[in-house]
Design a protein around this ligand. Structure first.
Ligand SMILES: [Fe+2]
Length: 420
């Protein structure tokens, strides 16, 4: 009896040791040989990423956005898609409806077999219940084409991780994406500023433990790459507060069209000596907390920080040696503007990974066929939401490939409603 107990105890200890060490071994292996679920440069040395921000819709999204994503992937043929945060909104906060909202957004990616990654935004956790952010993040792992991860779960936020891009043969990591969770709100500061004056929403920020983790991980990647730093970009939902170094202060007595930052009022206007391209149509809404993140990312050689959150901005500038790439929102459920609504394309080439090319793709660039234009215009209306709900319900009994069946049904209903 006693020996059986001892045997069981020994097995339990062995299993515990295996459970603790196996992921470490597998993690170490992941950077020397590409794991089955990974992204790769093409044989011709190219790699194309789509940065898609603020889909921000609920369990029955506006069909125009789903149509755009589908046609966009068809036209651009990307190797990788990164969702830039605020994938959900309001009623989609709770886990079951978040999953439905994601099902719709990821259906076009599954249809075209494109792997994806993501960061969360301030709208992606139930208000005042940030503890459920981890549950929300867990939904992303359910998809076969997902590269989302949470290797350092003890850090602030949910799902800060990195995704390496391998050579075509999978033998070497050539590039790296940092996916950083900047959290949602600083609730105490928000309440304080609403009472005593300041920003109506004070956002959470990238914390020191996350920055330290990135530095450590970067050293590991460099070691694995025979001492040569791996070029990288970072993706997070909110722009870094450093952007305010480039903005014009508003007159102290300004009554509207300004935003508070660090106790001063600012305008949606770049200073005369700021170098930028693209549109700045609203004052950026970063966290107010200066955290040295940009300087730290610059130090490890990060080329660019990709952000969304400010729906009507799509400018590019450079601060502290790091490019700031802002992408306009893609969704029709939240505020936006068709002059920036769409996505950002990033193209890399192994011939020179110290640089990259980028451009934006708007709805009007993709939906050019008269039938598609009619479906887009109808699909962005409030009434059109009922179409996704109907398509969802009509395909409830479908056992295999439900997401594709949902898309087909949505197109059928959308075409009929748009008179196509
Ligand atoms: Fe946001």
């Amino acid at each position: 009896m006693k020996s059986r107990k001892t045997f069981r105890r020994s097995m339990a200890v062995l299993m515990a040791v295996l459970a603790l060490t196996l992921p470490l071994c597998m993690g170490a292996q992941a950077f020397t040989t590409a794991p089955p679920k990974s992204v790769h440069f093409r044989a011709d040395g190219t790699f194309k990423v789509l940065h898609i921000c603020d889909t921000q819709d609920n369990q029955y999204p506006r069909p125009a956005m789903i149509l755009f994503l589908d046609r966009l992937i068809e036209q651009e043929d990307p190797d990788f898609i990164i969702f830039g945060g605020d994938q959900t909104y309001d009623t989609a906060h709770w886990s079951f409806s978040t999953k439905k909202a994601l099902d719709w957004q990821i259906a076009p990616l599954l249809k075209h077999d494109v792997p994806f990654d993501a960061v969360l935004g301030n709208h992606d956790s139930p208000s005042l219940f940030s503890v459920f952010r981890d549950i929300t993040w867990g939904n992303y792992n359910d998809y076969t084409n997902s590269l989302t991860d949470d290797p350092a779960w003890w850090l602030h936020g949910s799902g800060t991780h990195n995704t390496p891009v391998y050579s075509a043969d999978g033998s070497q990591v050539l590039y790296n994406f940092w996916l950083i969770d900047g959290g949602d709100y600083d609730y105490f500061a928000t309440i304080w500023s609403n009472i005593f004056g300041g920003n109506s929403s004070v956002y959470d920020y990238v914390h020191d433990d996350q920055i330290e983790w990135i530095k450590t991980r970067d050293r590991y990647l460099t070691d694995q790459n025979e001492g040569v730093p791996v070029p990288s970009m970072a993706v997070q939902h909110m722009i870094a507060p450093d952007i305010y170094e480039y903005l014009v202060e508003a007159p102290a007595d300004a009554e509207d069209d300004y935003r508070w930052f660090d106790g001063k009022k600012y305008l949606a206007q770049f200073k005369d000596d700021a170098v930028y391209t693209g549109l700045l149509q609203e004052t950026p809404c970063p966290p107010d907390h200066p955290n040295g993140e940009v300087a730290a990312l610059s130090e490890i050689g990060v080329k660019a920080i990709l952000t969304g959150h400010d729906h009507v901005n799509n400018f590019i500038t450079n601060i502290k040696g790091v490019d700031f790439l802002q992408t306009g929102s893609v969704g029709y459920n939240a505020y936006g503007n068709d002059n920036v609504r769409g996505c950002r394309v990033i193209e890399l080439n192994t011939a020179d990974l110290s640089t990259y090319t980028t451009r934006t793709v708007l709805y009007s660039d993709i939906l050019t066929d008269p039938a598609d234009i009619a479906m887009w215009q109808y699909g962005k209306t409030e009434e059109a939401e009922a179409i996704t709900e109907e398509a969802y319900k009509a395909t409830k009994g479908v056992k295999t490939d439900r997401l594709n069946a949902m898309l087909d049904k949505m197109y059928e209903l959308l075409a009929a409603a748009a008179g196509v």
